[in-house]
Design a binder for this molecule. Structure first.
Ligand code: GLP
Length: 266
């Protein structure tokens, strides 16, 4: 484990590089399972995307093998497409039900995902932030990293203080997510609701999962390049409690870490 804090020595911003994506999934699933075990009514912020599928598969395995009670866990997902009903197979509602909520025994009344079908989208966004506050805030937020440096669906240029809002997805993001829309006739939606960078930064702890060689360049930029709103994930370098969990492929463009970071104990 390596400290990647802006000020070397602040032991709360860490990078852990594991051999494979499966090792990352196992590590992060254990973190999540521990958070639930220690605090059964924990409030988790959850993400979707390909990187999270093995994380949730492992987490469901741990929930079952360790008989963890998830019925008091509250969850808030990062984002949802605008215009896809919850039963649409490519909606994040369906993804979460399939990969985690149903097999993991989560209470439907405590799981929250932005409503991309709301008639009044801005009001739905405001209500989402209010619900997070009402739940006491997010204890542990899980994040993936988009190929253009987005987190949630906060595309390049998003204001640092943005709360939950409606976004126009970039062509790059729509292209990257098109692989999930191959079957069926629905094109990748043009808009989504996402927790804002401000919402995400309010989480008390953040765990970012980055796997695969395709993320190597953007990860190197986000961790070692100039922080800027062109790369929304660089805002995480201002957060005091972030753990980057990456595999060797994703880490392959990082400069020698000793030059930038101070090793610290796990
Ligand atoms: C989507 C999601 C993000 C996710 C990103 C990376 O755009 N909205 O929350 O982090 O994809 O996904 P993947 O893990 O599939 O690369």
């Amino acid at each position: 484990m390596t400290d990647v804090g802006e000020s070397p020595g602040s032991a709360s911003r860490h990078l852990v590089i594991l051999p494979t994506g499966e090792d990352v999934a196992k590590y992060v699933a254990r973190l999540l399972a521990d958070a639930i075990r220690v605090q059964p009514a924990v409030c988790l912020g959850l993400a979707t995307g390909g990187s999270m599928v093995p994380v949730y598969r492992r987490l469901v395995g741990l929930i079952r093998s360790k008989r963890l009670d998830t019925s008091f866990v509250t969850t808030f997902n990062l984002d949802e497409y605008v215009g896809l009903p919850g039963h649409h197979p490519q909606s994040y509602h369906a993804y979460m039900r399939q990969h985690l909520f149903e097999p993991g025994g989560f209470s439907a009344s405590r799981t929250h995902i932005p409503d991309g079908m709301a008639e009044d989208l801005p009001a739905a966004c405001e209500a989402y932030d209010a619900d997070i506050r009402q739940a006491g805030g997010i204890e542990l937020q899980l994040l993936g990293l988009g190929p253009n440096g987005h987190i949630g669906f906060n595309e390049p240029g998003t204001a640092a203080e943005a709360l939950t809002h409606v976004v126009d997805l970039t062509q790059e993001t729509r292209r990257a997510n098109a692989r999930f829309f191959r079957t069926g006739d629905t094109p990748v939606p043009h808009r989504a609701i996402t927790m804002g960078l401000g919402t995400i930064m309010e989480a008390r702890r953040i765990v970012v999962v980055v796997t695969g060689r395709a993320k190597a360049a953007i990860l190197a930029h986000v961790l070692t390049g100039e922080p800027s709103s062109r790369y929304p994930a660089t805002i995480l370098r201002r957060h005091g409690h972030v753990l980057w969990c990456v595999d060797r492929s994703a880490a392959s463009n990082l400069p020698p870490l000793e030059a930038h970071c101070t090793p610290s104990p796990p």
